[in-house]
Design a protein around this ligand. Structure first.
Ligand code: SF4
Length: 358
C-alpha cells in the first residue's frame, strides 16, 4: 500500500474526518486519487459502460427572487428580458425533444415571487401530456412552492408526484455548508433544508441526484463536509442515484466581481486538475451512490473524457438546451455523436440511459 493508501482506504470506508479528508483532497498525489476512484468505479461498473441521456433542459422562468451571487441567469420580475414560458412554448420544446429521440425533460426555473404549488402542478401536467420522463424542481424550488402556498414539503412533493413528476434534480446544493451558503447564496435554503427536501422525496419513492458546485469561495474542508453529508443522507435513505460535481463559472456573475472571490482557499479546484481531484475524491467518498457524472458543460469534452479515469461512469446529457451555465458565458456544446465518440475513444462502451438520475 502506498504512503497514501491507508488514508484513501479510510476515505472510501467513510472513516475520515473533515481534517483528514481535506488533507487528502489538497495533498494526495493526483494519480493516487485517480487510481483509488477508478477502483471504486470498476467495482460498481465492471462492464466498462458509460451512460448518457438524450434530454432537454427547460428553464420555465428566469424570474427569481433569490439573487444568488454566483448566478448570471436570474432576472427581476420587471426586467426587460424576464420571461415565463407558456404551456404552448413548453409543449413545442417537448415535441421537438421527442422528435430528436429525447426521453426526458429537466425542468428547473427561478423562484418566481408569484408562483406556488398551483402553478407548479399546472406545469407538471403540461409536460406529462407528452410521453416523456420529467426530472424537475430542485430543493429550493420545492421549498419555495411550500412557503408560497403554506404547505409542508411532504404535501408539495406528494402533489407534484401525483401530477406526474418522476424524479428530482439535486440542484441548489452548491456547497452544503451554511457558512459558504451565506456568502454565495444568502437567501437560498440552508443545507439542512436541502437535505430535508431530499429525505422527503426519497421517502415518497422519488429518486434524486445530488450536485456540488465548487471552485468559488469554499475551503477544502467545506467540500469534504458536503461529501460527508451526502454520504450520511445516502446511508439513511439510499435515494440518490447520481452525484454531479461541477465548477463555478465566474463569467458575468456578481460573485466574480466580489473582491472576496479572490481569497478562494483552493486556487485551482475550478480548473482541470482541481476538477479531477474533486471528481475522484467524490467517487471515493460516495461508494454508495451508484453513479458519478462528469460535467462536460463546464469542463469541455477533453477534461470530461479524462474524468472517466477518475471515477466517473456517466457523461450526463446531450443538453439540447442549456441556459443557466450559458448565461455565465460558457458555451461548450456536444452532439450525441460527439459524446458517443468521446466515450468510445477512451475505451469505454457508450450506452443511452432511459431516465433516472440527472
Ligand atoms: S441559482 Fe437559482 S435560486 Fe439562485 S438566483 Fe439563480 S435561479 Fe435563483
Amino acid at each position: 500500500m502506498t504512503a497514501w493508501g491507508g488514508a484513501l482506504a479510510r476515505a472510501e470506508r467513510g472513516a475520515v474526518d473533515v481534517a483528514e479528508g481535506a488533507r487528502l483532497l489538497r495533498e494526495a498525489p493526483l494519480f493516487a486519487l485517480g487510481r483509488a476512484a477508478d477502483a471504486v468505479r470498476r467495482r460498481l461498473h465492471p462492464d466498462g459502460v458509460v451512460t448518457y441521456i438524450v434530454d432537454r433542459n427547460i428553464n420555465y422562468t428566469n424570474v427569481c427572487s433569490c439573487g444568488c451571487s454566483f448566478c448570471a441567469f436570474y432576472r427581476g420580475k420587471d426586467a426587460p428580458d424576464a420571461y415565463v414560458l407558456s404551456e404552448e412554448e413548453i409543449s413545442a420544446k417537448i415535441v421537438e425533444t421527442i422528435a430528436a429521440g429525447g426521453v426526458r425533460v429537466l425542468l428547473q426555473g427561478g423562484l418566481h415571487p408569484d408562483w406556488g404549488i398551483g402553478e407548479a402542478e399546472r406545469l407538471v401536467r403540461a409536460v406529462k401530456r407528452h410521453p416523456i420522463l420529467l426530472h424537475g424542481f430542485s430543493p429550493p424550488e420545492i421549498w419555495h412552492f411550500a412557503h408560497q402556498s403554506g404547505l409542508t414539503i411532504g404535501e408539495v412533493i406528494a402533489r407534484l408526484r401525483d401530477a406526474g413528476l418522476d424524479s428530482v434534480p439535486g440542484g441548489g446544493a452548491e456547497i452544503l455548508d451554511d457558512e459558504v451558503r451565506r456568502r454565495i447564496s444568502p437567501r437560498k435554503i440552508g443545507w439542512e433544508q436541502w437535505a430535508e427536501v431530499m429525505r422527503e422525496a426519497h421517502r415518497q419513492g422519488l429518486r434524486t441526484s445530488a450536485t456540488m458546485m465548487f471552485g468559488s469561495v469554499e475551503s477544502p474542508e467545506a467540500i469534504v463536509t458536503h461529501l460527508l453529508r451526502v454520504r450520511a443522507l445516502q446511508a439513511e435513505t439510499g435515494g440518490f442515484t447520481a452525484f454531479i460535481p461541477w465548477t463555478f463559472q465566474a463569467g458575468n456573475t456578481e460573485l466574480s466581481r466580489d473582491p472576496r472571490f479572490g481569497d478562494a482557499a483552493v486556487p485551482g479546484f475550478g480548473h482541470a486538475l482541481g476538477y479531477l481531484r474533486v471528481l475522484a475524491f467524490s467517487r471515493l467518498l460516495l461508494p454508495d451512490v451508484p453513479t458519478v457524472q462528469v460535467s462536460w458543460v463546464t469542463m469541455g469534452a477533453k477534461v470530461a473524457q479524462i474524468g472517466l479515469f477518475f471515477g466517473a461512469d456517466d457523461f450526463g446529457s446531450t443538453m439540447m438546451e442549456e441556459n443557466v451555465v450559458a448565461s455565465a458565458g460558457v458555451a461548450f456544446r456536444m452532439s450525441e455523436e460527439e459524446i458517443v465518440a468521446t466515450i468510445r475513444d477512451a475505451g469505454f462502451t457508450p450506452a443511452r440511459r432511459g431516465g433516472g438520475h440527472s
